[in-house]
Design a binder for this molecule. Structure first.
Ligand code: GLC
Length: 786
């Protein structure tokens, strides 16, 4: 391709800048108030403003040369009734909710939005909304040097996206993943702006190729799409947590995952035979390394035909899966969208005969090459096809499979464009449109088909789905791994800001291939990566065909013991992680958080790439360089306790921390608490003896600690079968008090108590549920019955 050569910088190439080429929407001519929205008629089109809540407003532009739009695949709620006040002066129109004020200048039509404290959120100045003759739609907003940008889903590079330009177009990128590789597999056309400690967000709901540009102009950023409608939402914030709550209210939240999906997972492209899988399991058991899932990559299939097993390689999958379930280990098979063109293959035959595959408008099928060779692709935008595909998963659920891995669902095709022809027509549930318009939702719709299908097949059990491609809302169905990374230290480093921004984009359940997928890993890299992986939301070791094997024992006893220690630590922390996943599913908040989320007024956290938080009180600061055993760790406001040594460090400063190869620096905020359970070989075993670690200090502080538990595998939590506890931890210089202040749900913990481990207690008195504990030597417990 010429663009890969110096031709890319040919002097004859001229670029027309967006701001010069677009047609402005023009002057406001009249305003119409409809039932639940306002319509602003301008010279070149009209703008609709509708409130979804006091803190969420939707703005859409309609112009004459625009393709019609259809209901969003991302948004799951309808507008609520919001009380608004409307006022008008000679040059402005104002619309107020309790949380937002929209101020629209009449000539030219420009929107400014402020919050209830008159803090500026967004403002259009020199440029506003408009379109281009080629059908592109665009919107500009003013930007100043205090703006920091986050979100955008799955992007390489640093945490703060200031000065970057990104595209959304789901793409299979095997190599390279470097700071300017864009786009990747997921399209999340949403971002958050942080300015002087206050945050707001924008979601541009458009599944065409979109571009977000914080780079080309010094004082404006823009977002645009190749087609469709300018249709975006503004979230009021004012905290980063509020923005994620608002965005995930709109696009949905993750279901509570099956607990086993949070354990350690082992994968490889591929464990090729039943014998190999059994041998692998034997190793985990012999070495007493916990494991909850083993993945079957494409080799398990009969010539890569989905919904089949290769009879020679896997002669008895049912027996294999039963035996593994007995040991507490799940099998997760890969399922790609491409269906091999083979008239004797039942899935292909059925799909063709029932008209389930993607076609051109003229009626001929689209075929593309993927692993099975020439293949057809189900049209997941059609409900009939989604339910057919979902039902087909009976093949897997009958074998005892509860987790599915969706890959290549951008969709990836082995050709120049890497995907399906953009003029293929999708049925789109009655609103047919081209692949160009719907490309970015293909993976999301496959996710919906798979998740819903598995859910209906599992008799009340929770399905687990892993996906590579997705669009806003993907969190409702799947966890996301970051695709084909490499066994480079740089890729370990990159995975932190990448997953933190995914979390800020409403997708809490994410992780990279631990150890690196392509290229050969090595002992030190795998060890350090496993330490980090143990604290990432999704923890799977995966590697590519032809690379060195990277199971935890492949590099000798010394490294094996360290990796075992961290995999075990993952299980020890499981009650804490599971409680955070509950918060993710109820409030949308990420499990793995950038420090700016908890400390938005601390500028030192704005682009902190090599540290992250678990919940609101734990900082993880891994070593991510070879041969290094010391690193700078920035600890924000408060005092922080080293998890391993119990040493206290003062916050609002940077410390030099030493960490040998067997150490991962973990800091717990003083005055707070975490829950631990016992190490188990898989999450089939219950972790019922719980320890509440309370980090006491001499300062006055008050902290709320949340604990959530349920059976970990069914939906019976929807019928009160859960346990939700809220503990209040009060610290003063004289005493520490731990009170159970809220207890809901009917799920029982057999012992009905938790042991308390009080760190740095010194001479302080201890009160539990308001009663003074006179004898600390016999162990302190907190009763969970009121
Ligand atoms: C893709 C996936 C990778 C998988 C391989 C074979 O490259 O990203 O995880 O192992 O396909 O299925």
């Amino acid at each position: 391709m010429l663009e890969d050569t110096s031709f890319a910088i040919h002097p004859g190439k001229k670029q027309v800048m967006d701001e010069q080429a677009y047609i402005d929407i023009g002057r406001l001519q009249s305003v119409e108030q409809k039932h639940d929205y306002f319509l602003f008629h301008c010279e070149k089109g009209s703008v609709t403003i509708a409130f979804y809540r006091d803190d969420i407003v939707r703005i859409t532009m309609q112009t004459s040369n625009q393709t019609t739009t259809y209901p969003s695949r991302a948004v799951v709620v309808k507008p609520n009734h919001v009380n608004l006040t409307y006022s008008e002066t000679d040059d402005k129109v104002k619309l107020n909710s309790k949380k937002l004020t929209i101020e629209a200048k009449k000539s030219p039509f420009r929107i400014k939005i402020v919050d209830c404290n008159n803090n500026l959120l967004v403002e259009e100045g020199k440029y506003g909304m408009g379109l281009k003759e080629n059908g592109e739609v665009i919107c500009f907003k003013e930007m100043d040097e205090n703006n920091h940008f986050y979100g955008f889903g799955e992007k390489t590079g640093f945490l703060d996206k200031r000065g970057e330009r990104y595209q959304m177009w789901n793409s299979d990128v095997y190599a390279p993943h470097n700071p300017e590789t864009d786009p990747l597999y997921e399209s999340i056309p949403y971002f958050m702006t942080l300015r002087d400690g206050l945050a707001h967000g924008i979601f541009f709901d458009n599944s065409y190729r979109t571009t977000f540009d914080m780079k080309s102009l010094q004082d404006q950023y823009s977002f645009k799409a190749e087609g469709g409608q300018l249709d975006y939402y503004v979230f009021a914030g004012p905290t980063p947590k509020d923005v994620v709550e608002q965005y995930s209210y709109l696009t949905g939240r993750m279901p509570i995952p099956p607990k086993w999906s949070l354990g350690y997972h082992q994968s490889r492209y591929s464990y090729e035979t039943e014998a190999e899988v059994r041998e692998l399991v034997k190793m985990f058991i012999e070495k007493e390394i916990p494991v909850d899932a083993i993945y079957l990559d494409i080799h398990y299939m009969d010539e890569y035909r989905v919904f089949t097993f290769d009879k020679d390689r896997f002669p008895n999958p049912k027996k294999l899966i039963d035996d593994l379930i007995e040991l507490g280990i799940r099998i997760v098979p890969i399922v790609d969208p491409g269906v091999k063109k083979d008239p004797e293959y039942s899935i292909y035959k059925e799909g063709i005969l029932a008209n389930h595959f993607c076609k051109y408008i003229e009626g001929n099928h689209y075929f593309g090459e993927v692993w099975p060779g020439i293949s057809a692709f189900p049209d997941f935008t059609d409900e009939k096809v989604r339910s057919w595909w979902g039902d087909k998963h009976k093949f897997y659920s009958d074998l005892g499979i509860e987790g599915i891995w969706n890959d290549m669902n951008e969709p990836a095709v082995f050709n120049e464009t890497k995907t399906m022809d953009i003029d293929v027509i999708h049925r789109n549930d009655g609103s047919p449109d081209t692949h160009r318009a719907l490309h970015n939702i293909y993976g999301l719709m496959m996710g919906q088909a798979t998740y819903d299908g598995m859910k209906s097949l599992l008799n009340g059990k929770r399905p687990f789905l892993l996906t590579r491609a997705g669009y806003s809302g993907v969190q409702r169905y799947a966890s996301v791994w970051t695709g084909d990374n490499r066994s480079f230290w740089e890729h370990l480093q990159m995975s932190l800001p990448m997953c933190m921004n995914l979390g800020l984009s409403g997708i809490p359940f994410t992780g990279p291939d631990v150890g690196g997928f392509a290229h050969d890993t090595n002992a030190e890299l795998l060890t350090r990566w496993t330490q980090v992986g143990a604290f990432m939301p999704y923890f799977r070791n995966h590697s590519a065909i032809g690379t060195v094997y990277q199971e935890p024992w492949q590099f000798g006893e010394k490294y094996e013991q360290i990796m075992k220690k961290y995999i075990q630590l993952r299980y020890k922390w499981m009650p804490q992680l599971y409680s955070l996943f509950y918060i993710a599913s109820s409030q949308g908040l990420p499990v793995m958080r950038p420090l700016m989320m908890e400390f938005p007024f601390d500028v030192k956290t704005y682009n902190l790439n090599d540290q992250f938080m678990i919940g609101d009180n734990v900082v993880i600061a891994p070593i991510m360089n070879p041969g290094i055993t010391d690193r700078a760790v920035y600890l924000p406001e408060g005092d922080w306790v080293d998890y391993e040594t119990n040493q206290t460090y003062h916050g609002s400063q940077t410390h030099l921390i030493h960490a040998n190869l067997d150490q991962l620096p973990i800091f717990i905020k003083n005055g707070t608490a975490i829950t631990h359970g016992k190490v188990v070989s898989s999450l089939k075993e219950k972790q019922e003896e719980l320890i509440l670690h309370v980090y006491t200090h001499d300062k006055d502080s008050n902290y709320i600690h949340t604990f959530y538990e349920d059976d970990g595998e069914t939906f019976s939590y929807e019928n009160q079968e859960y346990l939700y506890l809220m503990f209040e931890i009060i610290n003063t210089s004289k005493y520490v008090e731990i009170n159970l202040i809220k207890h809901t749900g009917n799920y029982p913990l057999p012992s009905n108590k938790m042991k308390l481990d009080l760190h740095n207690l010194q001479e302080k008195s201890v009160f539990v549920n308001k009663k003074k504990i006179e004898n600390l030597t016999e162990g302190v417990f907190i009763s969970l019955v009121d």
